[in-house]
Design a binder for this molecule. Structure first.
Ligand SMILES: Nc1ncnc2c1ncn2[C@@H]1O[C@H](COP(=O)(O)OP(=O)(O)OP(=O)(O)O)[C@@H](O)[C@H]1O
Length: 297
């Protein structure tokens, strides 16, 4: 795919009076990326999205589609879901989508969007009469109606039921396959780790990691190897890479900081091992470890 830079941020900073939030952020986003923007509550994720939308003034350099955030050129190609949006008394779902469609030159037809999402029944409901999950689903349609090239989605799945969430993540994959670039903030790390190829981890207004899940794992290698055996536990403590050995309900659990070395060292014992499982840390575990390490620096 032809790669172009959609977002370019250099030394990006933002502070509320007496309260610095973003403390110098550099990153670029290329066409077709699906990025998970993650970090603890209050780290600055929503603030960063608000800067990208031009809702807050940025210090430093920031361009989106080569234009200033908030400019017509930037907004025309952008689809957004914000937290707590759609609080519009009296407005129906169809009113909202129709008004938004009029703003974009190549908008999708609201009726088609509603039908494809299985939400035709909600067309004439007022936004104030929708459940939390229904509001998020309508919010997603508002993000898609203008055929965006870039989606910025802030906590998109909050309130969605499990079936709708699964369909949502599937849809993100399909949109990415069509070349749409997506940035998602979410605390649903299990789902995010299955779809995003790049993670931006924010902590106290800075990025402490920018890369893939494999790179995150490589930066703090920790593999859990579990098996059943009649051999004594002490025999495994000295093997290459092994940090700890523990008896668990699933058998012996080795924690290794060098998976390849430990597996090679285990190979001669394979005949005496049963039900071997190898588990890499989840994104959630790695996020916790990384943020603890960074906080103690
Ligand atoms: N209007 C405001 N005035 C002052 N401080 C604010 C304001 N809005 C947010 N903040 C502060 O800015 C910091 C970053 O908030 P932000 O909403 O960007 O965090 P977040 O990473 O999106 O968190 P969450 O995961 O909870 O959504 C927090 O410390 C928050 O308290």
């Amino acid at each position: 795919m032809f790669m172009t830079t959609l977002i370019q941020a250099t030394e990006l900073q933002f502070a509320y009076p007496k309260h610095p939030v973003l403390k110098g952020i550099d990153f670029t986003v290329q066409t077709g990326e699906l990025i998970g923007l993650i970090g603890a509550n209050g780290a600055g994720k929503t603030t960063l999205l608000n800067l990208l939308l031009g809702l807050l003034p940025a210090q430093g350099q920031l361009t989106i589609f080569g234009a200033a955030p908030g400019s017509r050129q930037a907004k025309a190609q952008l689809g957004i879901m914000r937290q707590g949006d759609l609080v519009l008394p009296g407005v129906t779902v169809l009113d909202l989508l129709t008004d938004l469609a009029a703003y974009y030159p190549q908008a999708l037809a609201p009726a088609t969007l509603l039908a494809e999402a299985g939400l035709t029944d909600l067309a004439h409901r007022r936004l104030t009469q929708l459940s939390g999950g229904q509001l998020r689903r309508v919010s997603l349609l508002t993000a898609l109606v203008g055929r965006p090239r870039l989606l910025l989605l802030d906590e998109p799945t909050v309130g969605m039921d499990v079936m709708v969430q699964a369909a949502f993540w599937q849809q993100m994959r399909a949109l990415q396959a069509r070349g749409i670039t997506i940035i998602i903030t979410s605390h649903d790390l299990t789902a995010l780790q299955a779809v995003a190829q790049r993670f931006l981890i924010m902590q106290a207004g800075r990025f402490v990691f920018d890369g893939s899940l494999a790179q995150l794992q490589a930066a703090q290698p920790r593999t859990e190897i579990t098996f059943q055996t009649d051999l004594p536990a002490g025999q495994f403590a000295q093997l290459a890479g092994v940090q700890t050995v523990q008896a668990t309900t699933n058998g012996l659990q080795l924690i290794s900081s060098d998976e390849t070395a430990t597996l090679q060292a285990l190979a001669p014992h394979l005949n005496a091992l049963r039900q071997v499982t190898i588990t890499h840390d989840s994104l959630a575990t790695m996020l916790t470890q990384l943020t603890q390490t960074e906080a103690s620096k």
